[in-house]
Design a protein around this ligand. Structure first.
Ligand code: 5CA
Length: 156
């Protein structure tokens, strides 16, 4: 197992969230690929989008359904600063996750987290687990709690 996957497993354990991390052997880098591999709809895939504060450099994690688009104006307002898409190298260095495998779980404390409220409408969602082919299923409310994300309206 990779260090990133281990970190996701440890974060779930610490939060009391029981998950089974599955390595699909095929790419789950995008929401569409993940849905195909998981046998679920694209909207049941949790995208873990990392943005950076333009002024502060602080990282923000936005959890959004695979079929929805993050509304950057709403995200800016929640953050209280202008956000830009985080540079993949910065994401890797500061969170330990590579783009395509960024998980909702296992981030450093300094990462500010928000989750879109539409995620809570599903019985089950699937999210990345720290590698380009690693995923897990969870009940969305339990996942959002384990991620310590604030629920808000984030999408267009
Ligand atoms: N494993 C899948 C499904 S769980 C996954 O990680 N999907 S994702 O949506 O959370 O991550 C892919 C996202 O990474 C894309 O939607 C895109 O927003 C972002 N991304 C892709 N390329 C870049 C890039 N060069 N720089 C920053 N972000 C990127």
């Amino acid at each position: 197992m990779s260090k990133s996957i281990d970190r996701v497993a440890a974060a779930a354990r610490e939060a009391g969230l029981s998950i089974e991390i599955v390595r699909m052997g095929e790419s789950t880098r995008t929401a569409e690929e993940a849905a195909r591999q998981c046998g679920c709809t694209v909207d049941q895939i949790v995208k873990s989008l990392v943005f950076a504060g333009e002024a502060s450099g602080r990282l923000y994690l936005f959890l959004v359904s695979g079929s929805r688009k993050l509304d950057l104006d709403k995200a800016n307002r929640l953050a209280g600063e202008r956000l830009v898409r985080a540079d993949p190298r910065k994401v890797r260095e500061e969170t330990g996750f590579a783009i395509g495998g960024v998980s909702p779980l296992g981030h450093p404390d300094g990462v500010v987290r928000f989750a879109d409220e539409t995620l809570l409408g599903f019985d089950e969602v699937w999210a990345a687990a720290g590698a380009h082919d690693a995923v897990f299923a969870a009940e969305p409310k339990a996942l959002v709690n384990a991620a310590r994300a604030t629920v808000a309206n984030l999408v267009v």
